[in-house]
Design a protein around this ligand. Structure first.
Ligand SMILES: Cc1cc2nc3c(=O)[nH]c(=O)nc-3n(C[C@H](O)[C@H](O)[C@H](O)COP(=O)(O)O)c2cc1C
Length: 382
């Protein structure tokens, strides 16, 4: 299989599955409990249909959007995700460079594997940093200050990880970060020699946003669920979120808002955006999908804050459907993570290119020249 033959997220997923050791693949691909929410996140888009207009003169399409004051050349960006150098040795570097080529935004996680400083110095496209609110306030504050110094444009506070989700695939495979060297994991590495060679011959795996503060930042193997449960501050409340916003003082987003009431409070504390998200189904299984919940949120706050629909996106039409409901942009994780695993920067470029082509083709077929021409009239629920 070759990345230039991957025309869809499905193709990249198959390639990632073949290339990655089993525990690493299932860490990306898996979700919480029975994965009902994870499946629904994509299914929800398939339960409504687009109603195209024609004869609209669509030779020139403008798919750019402006969110949180950042102009993006396409209405889809790469959500922050953890541990990227486990998936490909270039990790965040590859994703950041690919996003830059496509003029879109990307996120770096608190559990990222390339430093805030390196990304800040190398990358010009808009950069989002995703903050976990640690019990250790020194650590939380240091990340805010480092992002500020490195000129990140957007800070996104994750609000849906107050405790670890029950990722049963990780329990089954024994996934930890960094990978624990057991007989079983060594066998899995042996079956994926190319991944193992790349992993062991490149710069040592570490979590540079954490390493000066916690031993989990470098060499203690821990599951991500356990990390959330032990390291993050479960007392976090609205006042804390507001204080983070004030300390940061730039574009501020809450990632993981699902209820109308919380969306309104996000406006009250001065957030400039919310990501409607259930963390890709990895936290509360049985929670509603972002697309199902989108109209309610847009109706409540869409005129006062940028509403981003995060998760489940596997096709350009999914993006068009979310924009038709009133999202200002969409974001996703797995659509680019499978591609990162499949082929590093070239893989992510191909994934973003596929999505951009789909969005462009679909906008033309919808008779739509600009993103803001999409509206609820273009959609019918079955
Ligand atoms: C492997 C993986 C790691 C993730 N790590 C983080 C993270 O560190 N911080 C965060 O806020 N969200 C994280 N997410 C959630 C994504 O930001 C995003 O919300 C989710 O992937 C959207 O669903 P999708 O994968 O269906 O697009 C992660 C998701 C995946 C798949």
């Amino acid at each position: 299989m070759r990345i230039d033959r991957c025309n869809s997220v499905k193709g990249f997923r198959a390639m990632a599955k073949a290339r990655l050791p089993e525990p690493v693949f299932h860490y990306i691909d898996g979700a919480a409990d029975d994965e009902v929410t994870y499946l629904r996140n994509t299914e929800a888009y398939e339960q409504c249909d687009l109603v195209p207009n024609v004869l609209a003169g669509v030779e020139n399409i403008d798919m750019s959007v402006t969110i949180m004051g950042q102009k993006l050349a396409m209405p889809l960006f790469c959500s922050p995700t953890a541990l990227q150098r486990l998936f490909h040795h270039d990790g965040e570097r590859a994703v950041a460079r690919a996003a830059e080529k496509f003029g879109t935004m990307f996120g770096v996680s608190s559990l990222g594997t390339v430093s805030i400083e390196e990304i800040g110095a190398a990358i010009c496209t808009p950069k989002m940093f995703q903050l976990y609110f640690h019990k250790d306030r020194g650590l939380t504050n240091s990340m805010i200050e480092r992002c500020s110094a490195a000129n990140f444009e957007v800070l996104a506070l994750a609000v849906d990880t107050i405790t670890g989700g029950n990722r049963e695939r990780d329990l089954r495979t024994g996934f930890t970060s960094p990978p624990r060297l057991t007989l079983r994991s060594l066998a899995s590495f042996a079956l994926h020699p190319r991944w193992a060679f790349d992993y062991f011959t490149h710069k040592k795996f570490e979590l540079p946003q954490l390493k000066d503060y916690v031993k989990e930042g470098s060499n203690v193997s821990i599951s991500v669920g356990d990390y959330f449960t032990t390291m993050l501050d479960q007392s976090m409340g609205w006042r804390d979120a507001e204080n983070v916003r004030k300390k940061w003082g730039r574009q501020f987003c809450l990632k993981g808002i699902m209820s109308r009431a919380d969306a309104k409070r996000a406006v009250e504390i001065g957030a400039t955006a919310i990501m409607v998200s259930n963390h890709g189904g990895r936290q509360l299984d049985g929670s509603r999908s972002p697309f199902d919940q989108l109209a309610e949120i847009v109706d409540a706050v869409g005129d006062r804050i940028d509403v981003i629909c995060d998760g489940g996106i596997r096709r350009g039409t999914h993006v068009l459907k979310a924009l038709s409901i009133g999202a200002k942009a969409c974001s996703g994780g797995r659509f680019y993570l499978y591609a990162l695993a499949a082929g590093g920067q070239a893989g992510v470029e191909r994934a973003l290119g596929n999505m951009r082509n789909e969005i462009e083709r679909d906008m033309k077929l919808m008779g739509c020249r600009k993103v803001d021409e999409l509206n609820r009239d273009n959609l019918r629920f079955r």
